[in-house]
Design a binder for this molecule. Structure first.
Ligand SMILES: Cc1cc2nc3c(=O)[nH]c(=O)nc-3n(C[C@H](O)[C@H](O)[C@H](O)COP(=O)(O)OP(=O)(O)OC[C@H]3O[C@@H](n4cnc5c(N)ncnc54)[C@H](O)[C@@H]3O)c2cc1C
Length: 349
């Protein structure tokens, strides 16, 4: 098969960043094409925990499986219980994308994108052309990396990794486990209906991540893992624009340090980018101005990302007792709401 059409915008990656971007384009009459190697919603690599309002905002309330108002943080010397400043929820990945695409059907093709050769997008099914490209292809950033071959290695926090499995095991609520000598990161057990999503995330590359997960679930008397899902987590903002390529979501390193929250940033950045590109195609401003505005939007997040690194570093390096004291400070509603005012403003309107 080969393609001959030219599009206004081609979006690579049909997950959180890509679908929210393509949706904005479609809603406002810009000729966009969304590409992914998989059907949207078919390959989940996430625990799918997000603020409830975010999932509702994107019209996907029927994908919500469970809601939460608190999270327990376990350390080797005691626990801290945080009352969440906004409700959290776990949602179903497939149903989330079905809901998004039901509201706004988007032109989609299932192809593997190989690279960008000057103006031409090379895919497993042929070549494609667009005036502008959006790279929402996750941590590998396939387009940005073909413009700048070391792009994927950029970003102050570099790459972590996470893996998860879902098992029939009852757990009440959300639990995080911080035990730095064991893992430079954290583990989680998220109760969701009658099952539990058990996972581990490392803040640095880690070849033994599966072993860490196996070791973690043994604490619950579980000796066998279920099917695994996971990928690298880029904890560090990368350049958001390279030549004709705008980058969003994990491709732009937008997973937040310490929490590894990447869904809300990816959805927001995709939508923001979609809106900016709509303005270009409607003649409200030119592409150079859109690039400037997107860079600015990205730049204002830097301060929070830097503070979150500092927090991540503290939690990983403080002796357990001091770490617990720090975590317990956030049990106080005043401190938690201060933190949320700062942290929650990341990639939000
Ligand atoms: C184990 C784990 C648990 C996590 N849990 C949470 C959580 O609970 N809450 C949270 O907020 N964040 C979580 N994260 C982070 C979050 O999942 C990511 O930040 C988020 O998925 C980023 O979305 P994205 O759209 O930018 O990229 P991705 O979700 O990575 O999507 C990229 C898309 O691009 C496609 N693609 C890639 N390369 C190509 C190619 N060459 N050709 C065609 N298509 C391509 C992929 O198939 C994919 O569909 C977790 C991460 C991991 C690893």
């Amino acid at each position: 098969m080969s393609f001959t059409e030219r599009y206004d915008v081609i979006v690579v990656g049909a997950a959180f960043a890509g679908v929210s971007c393509a949706q904005e384009l479609q809603r406002h009459g810009v000729r966009g094409l969304l590409l992914d190697r998989w059907e949207p919603g078919s390959h989940c690599n996430s625990a799918c925990l997000a603020p409830l309002h975010t999932i509702e905002q994107y019209g996907a309330a029927d994908s919500i499986l469970e809601t939460y108002d608190r999270i327990t943080i376990h350390t080797p010397v005691g626990d801290a219980i945080w009352q969440l400043p906004v409700f959290g929820c776990i949602f179903d990945y497939r149903r989330f994308f079905q809901a998004m695409l039901r509201h706004t059907p988007i032109e989609f093709r299932q192809v593997r994108v190989i690279n960008l050769e000057q103006d031409t997008l090379v895919t497993s099914e042929g070549r494609l052309w667009a005036d502008t490209y959006v790279d929402a292809s996750g941590w590998r950033a396939v387009l940005a990396n073909s413009v700048e071959p070391t792009y994927w290695e950029s970003g102050a926090g570099h790459l972590g990794v996470g893996v998860e499995t879902e098992l029939d095991y009852p757990t009440e609520g959300l639990h995080l486990y911080i035990d730095p000598p064991l893992l430079n990161g954290y583990a989680w057990a998220f109760g969701c209906q009658k099952a539990t999503r058990f996972g581990v995330a490392s803040f640095q590359p880690c070849n033994a991540i599966r072993d860490h997960l196996a070791q973690f679930v043994r604490r619950f008397g579980i000796t066998e893992l279920g099917p695994l899902r996971g990928t690298r987590i880029p904890f560090g903002l990368r350049q958001p624009v390279l030549d004709k390529v705008f980058v969003a979501g994990d491709a732009a390193g937008q997973a937040i340090p310490a929490s590894a929250e990447g869904i809300r940033p990816a959805l927001h950045a995709g939508k923001k980018l979609g809106r900016l590109l709509v303005g270009v195609f409607h003649g409200e401003y030119d592409l150079a101005q859109a690039k400037q505005a997107y860079r600015r939007y990205h730049r204002i997040q830097h301060k929070t990302y830097r503070s979150m690194y500092a927090f991540q570093h503290l939690v990983m390096t403080l002796p357990s007792r001091l770490c617990l004291q720090l975590l317990r400070l956030l049990e106080r509603p005043t401190f938690m709401s201060l933190l949320w005012r700062y942290y929650g403003a990341v990639f939000e309107d």
